[in-house]
Design a protein around this ligand. Sequence first.
Ligand SMILES: C[S@@+](CC[C@H](N)C(=O)[O-])C[C@H]1O[C@@H](n2cnc3c(N)ncnc32)[C@H](O)[C@@H]1O
Length: 282
Amino acid sequence: MTYRQKFFELKKIKNEYVNSTVVKTLLTDDGGFHDFTELIVHFDNELKNENKIDDNLKRVMNGEPLQYVLGYTYFINSNYIVNPDVLIPRQETEQLAIGALVYIVKHFGKDPYISIADIGTGSGILAIYLKENLPTAKIIATDISEKALEVAKKNAKLHNVDIDFRCGDMLSPIKEKLDVIVSNPPYIGGPETVSEQTLKYEPHLALFASPKTKYYEEMIANLKNMSDEALLAFEIGEDMEEELTDLLENEYPGVGYNFEKDMYGKVRFLYILKKKEFDNYA
Ligand SMILES: C[S@@+](CC[C@H](N)C(=O)[O-])C[C@H]1O[C@@H](n2cnc3c(N)ncnc32)[C@H](O)[C@@H]1O
């Protein structure tokens, strides 16, 4: 059977988890093509492994996330290994990675000799993206999950970057003075706001925090141990702006901070500077 024939066969499927992106991705994966455009060029080629496509499709139809079925995903156009030990990287986190890089370059220059920590690294995406773009920086990445770190280490190898991975609770494995912390920590209060699919398949360790702001509070409190120029870059929950503003205004009156919105207009990112210097960052 050819890709063309299989494509139109699969397009007829009616299932809540199967859409045209899933069909295109399964066929592109079978051919080892770079993207669907490349697949179309070879649309009349024979499939390589139809049984595998059908098996993968069955798993997706049963609700398993496509990224776990395939064992990889894309983050800022680059390939990363994922499995159920790590959260599947989200689009918002791409915005955090790029935003953090922009802030770091503006604040520390293009080739900074600084120490950056990615706290709760999961698949390692943030640490690896930053190391690829800031090769002179020292990057430490922590996670409390050994299994997540195994995935992150494989991804660092895949991307050929040198990252200092450490297992432990939040900042506890880090003794050195940091210049930057970037983090997308767990920030969901309870299961009500999480999709059934996420709840069933993704690691709960990556999702939930009680109270929701506890990891941010811990990282902000650590500002005192960081360098004078320190920068924090966080992804946050969409309902956290008020609570985090109160915390910063009441307990850290000297710091500068900027909340930023995602593509849907929701406030999803928080950047904090130890010294108030955000005037030129707009
Ligand atoms: C929301 S996920 C983010 C993963 C990855 N950085 C990303 O953006 O896709 C949070 C990560 O924090 C880790 N984590 C949870 N509790 C932690 C703790 N107390 N200390 C360190 N890491 C923790 C989880 O294992 C998970 O990998």
